[in-house]
Design a protein around this ligand. Structure first.
Ligand SMILES: NC(=O)c1ccc[n+]([C@@H]2O[C@H](COP(=O)([O-])OP(=O)(O)OC[C@H]3O[C@@H](n4cnc5c(N)ncnc54)[C@H](O)[C@@H]3O)[C@@H](O)[C@H]2O)c1
Length: 367
């Protein structure tokens, strides 16, 4: 490996521009060396925005490139598996976007491939990196909340009801809101409380999405735009999740509404995406109070990122790249790995099964 971890971005769309490329740019141990996307007009635009690195329309070329150590795959969901397998085969460390695959079986195959090849693998579960989420985890693990009893997650966005592009078709996305948003909340629930034993899930579709944003007609959506579940954790706690992009009045300049709460035998604590540098904490007999997240939880210890710079609900996302590069430099597993991506997908698939069959479903975690 060269002095720096040489990273290629595969998929030069929204999320790469929002936080993967900025994350690489602030990490002195990493450098962006290549960008891949089949959209040539977008490549031209990224050349101007991201600078003079290698640009290509072929991910196979990246997978075979000896000047690339690691890749970040931020493409439509149906391409995650083939691109990951090609890059793993080429010996690249891989961070792949969520959902890892089109279903649990694909995600498991991706985990096995990376593990067996001995490369670092990471699933881009962004919200694990929010300061108040990290602090909430600390409060829980140190017993400050007592025995955890209840988990609660709400993620509401107010987005247009026009076409979602590839996101609105089952064969390209796997599922709708469930795989797009709720899967993050299943993941951080895993991180906080451990495995979910069984779920009772429901999904629904309200918006037909037969018109694109520029007024063209398209096939109707066949995925959910609302997803919900109740679940039982192996630790004995219970959880309730709900997510949708159809929540009118929750636009909030694009940040929407997010609330995740743990109620333990001694106290409660709340993470909110809109204000991730603060947490709400309540003790028995008292009221919920807003407390600043202590400095040690605002960013990874060695990271040069200044937590006071930028919009708080955006900048913690840069820490995903920090974790990915740290795992490569330190020769250790990245967290969350592909195993975490597959585990979250096992729960999400149990939600789809539960919704279809109208009954509780045990989660099959076998990796
Ligand atoms: N972790 C998060 O918080 C987060 C946020 C947004 C999106 N995502 C995930 O990131 C992925 C991309 O989402 P997005 O919003 O950036 O989508 P997008 O549609 O804006 O971008 C995807 C890009 O991938 C490109 N692409 C398609 N096929 C390709 C291929 N074979 N090789 C290389 N590039 C290819 C497209 O041309 C497009 O530019 C999705 O899996 C999504 O679920 C994660």
């Amino acid at each position: 490996m060269a002095d720096k971890v040489r990273i290629a971005i595969i998929g030069a769309g929204l999320v790469s521009d929002f936080h993967h490329v900025p994350g690489i740019n602030i990490d002195p141990r990493a450098e962006l060396v290549a960008v891949c996307d089949p959209n040539e007009a977008l490549l031209e635009q990224r050349k101007r925005e991201w600078g003079p690195v290698k640009y290509t329309t072929s991910y196979e070329e990246i997978a075979a490139d000896q000047n690339v150590d690691a890749v970040i795959i931020a493409t439509p969901n149906f391409t995650h598996k083939p691109i990951t397998l090609a890059c793993v085969n080429g010996g690249k460390h891989v961070m792949a976007e969520k959902p890892l695959g089109l279903n649990f079986v694909e995600a498991k195959e991706m985990f096995h491939a990376a593990r067996d090849k001995g490369v670092r693998h990471m699933t881009a579960f962004t919200y694990r990196f929010a300061p108040s989420m990290i602090y909430l985890r600390h409060l829980l693990k140190t017993g400050a909340l007592g025995t955890p009893r209840h988990f609660r997650s709400q993620r509401f966005l107010d987005l247009p009801e026009t076409s979602w592009g590839w996101r609105q078709y089952q064969h390209l996305a796997g599922a709708g809101d469930l795989y797009d948003m709720t899967i993050h909340r299943i993941d951080f629930a895993h991180d906080l409380l451990g495995p979910i034993q069984s779920v009772c899930g429901a999904v629904a579709t309200f918006a037909p999405r037969t018109t694109t944003a520029d007024g063209k007609t398209c096939d109707p959506s066949n995925v959910d735009d609302w997803s919900a579940l109740i679940g039982r954790f192996e630790c004995g706690a219970v959880g309730v999740w709900e997510g949708s992009t159809l929540m009118k009045g929750h636009h909030n300049n694009g940040v929407g509404f997010e609330w995740a709460e743990i109620n333990g035998s001694e106290g409660s604590a709340v993470y909110q995406l809109v204000d991730p540098n603060h947490i709400l904490i309540g003790k028995h007999g008292g009221s919920m109070e807003k407390v600043a997240v202590p400095e040690e939880f605002l960013k990874p210890k060695e990271s040069p990122r200044n937590p006071a710079d930028g919009k708080p609900s955006t900048v913690f996302r840069y820490d995903l790249v920090w974790e990915f590069v740290s795992s490569i430099v330190e020769g250790r597993d990245a967290v969350p790995g592909f195993d975490d991506g597959a585990s979250a997908q096992a729960v999400a698939d149990a939600v789809l099964q539960s919704s279809a069959e109208g009954k509780w479903v045990d989660v099959e975690y076998v990796l």
